[in-house]
Design a binder for this molecule. Structure first.
Ligand code: KE4
Length: 441
């Protein structure tokens, strides 16, 4: 009888285990957002005690090089001194007034200066709010009810956007969660990402009914999937032909893939843009904005209602402003992009060495990888990821002190605090982790 494999002794996790047990007694699933629960990788989620720069420490005192970065916001790294200073200054004056403050205008002006397509912008508190509001505005402006999204793209959890996985052609959405009425998702058309033909067919099937297309210009919720050449420009052209609005959901890509975000990188001008994550610098802040003639419909300037108790919160504005100000310095995006490229090139060559198929992608300071020979251009490709290999790789990396997104359907994030030394260390650990993954048939 083969000797029972002794269970690997990873770093101590007792305190996280205790914390998780306690959390589950009062929080559904023990977490305040599902992906944090390690559902698709197994084991106990890390309960984090603190972060600094590109590192985090869990409550057992284990140290990790962090590539989650709070799912994108911490592009400067954890506990950035400039961001903390700005927040301290702001909090000294109070936390929230429910009345306008000049700091909101300063962040709005910074966003409008960086994104020429954004002539006016409204601050909200989450990406979900930003996309939900942008869709309402698109429907009001066009008088149409249908919206078109792409399979594998995630735009937050508002009802009409929680649709089940698609079928490979343009289909009417089906509820992706209990509690979402079919009536809501029937107005959502879903097409495969990178498939312009399917989008054209949708417009032909529902002529004059589609208010807008909402798209992640780089898809970061099915791994990291880049737009094919011409895809985004093709969406622009179809929207112009069909009288629909083009909404770029840049909650993840905004100020992440370049100063002018994905719309600047790919030179496509959306009608509306949704932002989040980086613009809040780690605090709850997001935004939607676009052309003057559209945004002036938003209450109280216009008749399209949207509101929020903590929208434009001064402390969050301070964190966002300090973050965007640092990102305006020369060379930051070149540094982020080169770190992401070194990491993904290194992973690809180590995977070759280990004989395990791995497809990598990176743009600006975001990256992804899939245990699949590729290409990965849409959700059905992403679904072919070898889950067991991903899980083994993830857990060996975690044991080695590297914190990656606990799901193959997420992207990874580089911060300005990640130096070449951290990339080298990550690749050192990845060498063994990829060999371990390769052993799984
Ligand atoms: P929030 O409501 O979570 O702030 O933003 C929703 C959202 C909208 N658009 C895009 C492109 C997004 O990626 C997100 C949220 N991203 C996820 C990570 N893939 C947040 C992490 C989580 O859900 O816990």
């Amino acid at each position: 009888m083969a000797a029972k494999r002794k269970s690997r002794k990873g770093p101590p996790r007792r305190a996280s285990q205790e914390a998780f047990k306690a959390a589950k007694r009062s929080i559904p699933g023990g977490v305040n957002s599902p992906v944090r629960a390690f559902g698709s990788v197994g084991g106990t989620p890390l309960f984090i005690d603190r972060g600094k720069g590109c590192r985090i420490w869990d409550v057992d005192g284990n140290e990790y090089i962090d590539y989650v970065g709070s799912w994108g916001p911490l592009i400067l790294g954890h506990a950035h001194p400039g961001v903390q200073r700005a927040m301290r200054e702001a909090i000294k004056k109070g936390s929230s007034f429910g009345a306008p403050a000049e700091i909101e205008t300063r962040l709005a002006e910074t966003i409008c200066r960086a994104l020429p397509s954004v002539q006016k912008v409204r601050m909200v508190s989450s990406g979900t709010e930003a996309t939900m509001s942008a869709l309402r505005l698109a429907r009001a402006h066009t008088g149409r009810d249908r919206i078109l999204k792409f399979e594998g793209c995630y735009h937050g959890h508002s009802d009409g956007l929680l649709v089940g996985a698609g079928s490979g052609v343009a289909t009417l959405g089906i509820p992706g969660s209990p509690g979402v009425p079919a009536a809501m998702t029937e107005l959502t058309v879903q097409a495969p990402y990178n498939d312009l033909e399917a989008v054209a067919q949708a417009f032909a099937r529902w002529p004059g009914e589609i208010a807008c297309i909402i798209v992640e210009p780089v898809a970061g919720n099915m791994g990291c999937v880049l737009p094919r050449d011409g895809f985004l420009k093709g969406l622009r052209k179809l929207c112009d032909q069909e009288g629909a609005l083009l909404i770029f959901d840049e909650v993840m890509t905004g100020f992440r893939v370049g100063r002018a975000s994905a719309q600047g990188l790919y030179r496509v001008r959306p009608d509306l843009t949704c932002l989040g994550k980086v613009v809040g610098g780690g605090m709850p802040a997001a935004a939607y904005g676009g052309r003057n003639d559209l945004m002036r419909r938003i209450a109280p300037a216009g008749d399209v209602y949207q509101a929020g108790t903590l929208s434009g919160n001064p402390v969050a504005m301070a964190a966002g402003l300090a973050t965007l100000e640092r990102l305006a310095e020369p060379g930051v995006y070149e540094q982020l992009a080169s770190r992401a490229q070194s990491l993904t090139d290194g992973l690809a060559s180590l995977a070759d060495e280990a004989g395990v198929p791995l497809t990598t992608a990176c743009v600006g300071g975001m990256f992804g990888f899939s245990f699949h020979p590729g290409p990965i251009e849409c959700f059905s490709h992403a679904q072919q990821n070898h889950e067991a290999r991903f899980r083994r790789f993830f857990s060996r990396m975690l044991e080695g002190g590297i914190n990656l997104a606990p799901s193959a359907y997420e992207a990874g994030f580089i911060s300005l605090a990640h130096r070449a030394a951290e990339i080298d260390r990550t690749l050192e650990v990845a060498r063994g982790a990829l060999r371990a993954a390769a052993r799984i048939r």
